[in-house]
Write a protein that binds this ligand. Structure first.
Ligand code: AMP
Length: 213
């Protein structure tokens, strides 16, 4: 199963990708998680990406394409994968099409998540992330920043880019640069459109239904 989770930041792609990658036994390739890990480890990539991410901008295409090429070359990706947060620009989408062809992968499905912007601002503003495992929680679950993660004990933090001003910038970048890619995919790929407004469980079941799983 090869899936591309597509949609604005905060739409629930990461949460669903984490759950379904476990359920289907395929890797979850999140470019955002990889960049955050590079920032935490203080690698050269992390140092370059940090300010861009904090401002809500996009890391250059050649860097991102190189990262994804490496991930797709892993033996685990032969079983299938869920791409989350990539592609975000037309050059990334075109490079991905070429990569998948070169690597002899067959078809894939784009899952197009939709949630309105004000709901996204609300969700991201109350989102907390586990520093250790990346699990996603919400202050509405009764936890606050600094609490231990109920799953692994790691510390829950608010991402720097989940501040309202940066959220609005990220949404702007999504609408101007990433959203138009859906036309690229509508021309030749299998796409399923998903209403992401429901609870985590409802959305999970809806995705499985749409994928016939
Ligand atoms: P995410 O966790 O997917 O919302 O990604 C967090 C941030 O990482 C984004 O706001 C971008 O700054 C950067 N990033 C993640 N994926 C990409 C990508 N495919 N292209 C460019 N920048 C990216």
């Amino acid at each position: 199963m090869r899936l591309i989770f597509f949609g604005p930041p905060g739409v629930g792609k990461g949460t669903q990708a984490r759950i379904l990658s476990e359920e289907f036994g395929i890797p979850h390739i999140s470019t955002g998680d990889m960049l955050r890990s590079a920032v935490t480890r203080g690698t050269e990539l992390g140092r370059k990406a940090k300010t861009i991410m904090e401002s809500g901008g996009l890391v250059p295409d050649d860097v991102m394409i190189g990262i994804v090429r490496e991930e797709l070359s892993s033996p685990e990706a032969r079983k299938g994968f869920i791409l989350d947060g990539f592609p975000r620009t037309l050059p990334q989408a075109e490079a991905l099409t070429r990569l998948l062809q070169e690597m002899g992968f067959g078809g894939y499905t784009v899952v197009n998540f939709d949630v309105d912007d004000e709901e996204i601002v609300r969700r991201l503003g109350s989102r907390l992330v586990c520093e250790k495992e990346g699990s996603i929680l919400n202050t509405e679950d009764g936890v606050v920043a600094g609490d231990p993660c109920p799953r692994c004990g790691g510390r829950l933090i608010q991402r720097d880019d989940d501040k309202e001003e940066t959220i609005r910038k990220r949404l702007g970048v999504y609408h101007s640069t990433t959203k138009p890619l859906i036309d690229y995919y509508r021309k030749g790929a299998a796409i399923v459109d998903l209403d992401g407004m429901g609870s985590v469980d409802i959305v999970r079941r809806e995705i499985k239904l749409l994928l016939g799983k």
